[in-house]
Design a protein around this ligand. Structure first.
Ligand SMILES: [Zn+2]
Length: 157
């Protein structure tokens, strides 16, 4: 049981690493297979003059076993740290654009602080890749729509 203040965790990661290693990974840990998605996300944001809302250094991204139909989660902890969990079973069978959609959507929550947006366009497709997946809009994230969705994702307002 680790009872040290969270601030120490940031100041002395090496000393406290063994204390929390089993339950909570050190901040900024990203699964190797997911790291390129984070890199792409940051590059796409920079190309649109995006200024980070949340520091990526306090974000963990890793695979986990998620229950039911949940494919990804963005969690915020009391110390401000954030964590994205990606469903291992989803990932094993997902197409390339579906993988990118999922990670970018969760990064939209965890790094851009965006909420869900289920607005439909006139043709019934989703206005935003931040749709909940439970609204009525149709997700068409793919090669021909990627730029439009990323423009919407990173637009400052
Ligand atoms: Zn979401």
């Amino acid at each position: 049981m680790c009872t040290k203040p969270n601030i120490w965790f940031f100041l002395l990661p090496l000393l406290l690493g063994s204390c929390q290693k089993e339950e909570i990974p050190a901040p900024g840990q990203v699964d190797a297979e997911l790291a390129s998605y984070l890199e792409d996300f940051i590059n796409e944001g920079e190309a649109r003059d995006y200024q980070p809302v949340i520091d990526p250094a306090i974000l963990d991204i890793r695979f986990d076993t998620l229950t039911g139909a949940v494919t990804g989660q963005c969690l915020t902890y009391s110390d401000g740290r954030r964590e994205i969990k990606v469903s291992m079973s989803f990932w094993a069978n997902a197409a390339a654009f579906d993988k990118e959609f999922l990670v970018f959507h969760e990064l939209g929550h965890c790094l851009l602080d965006r909420e869900h947006l289920d607005t439909q366009r006139a043709d019934g497709t989703c206005l935003s890749m931040m749709h909940s997946g439970q609204g009525r809009c149709r997700n068409t994230y793919g090669a021909s729509t990627r730029t439009r969705y990323l423009d919407e994702l990173f637009q400052a307002d």
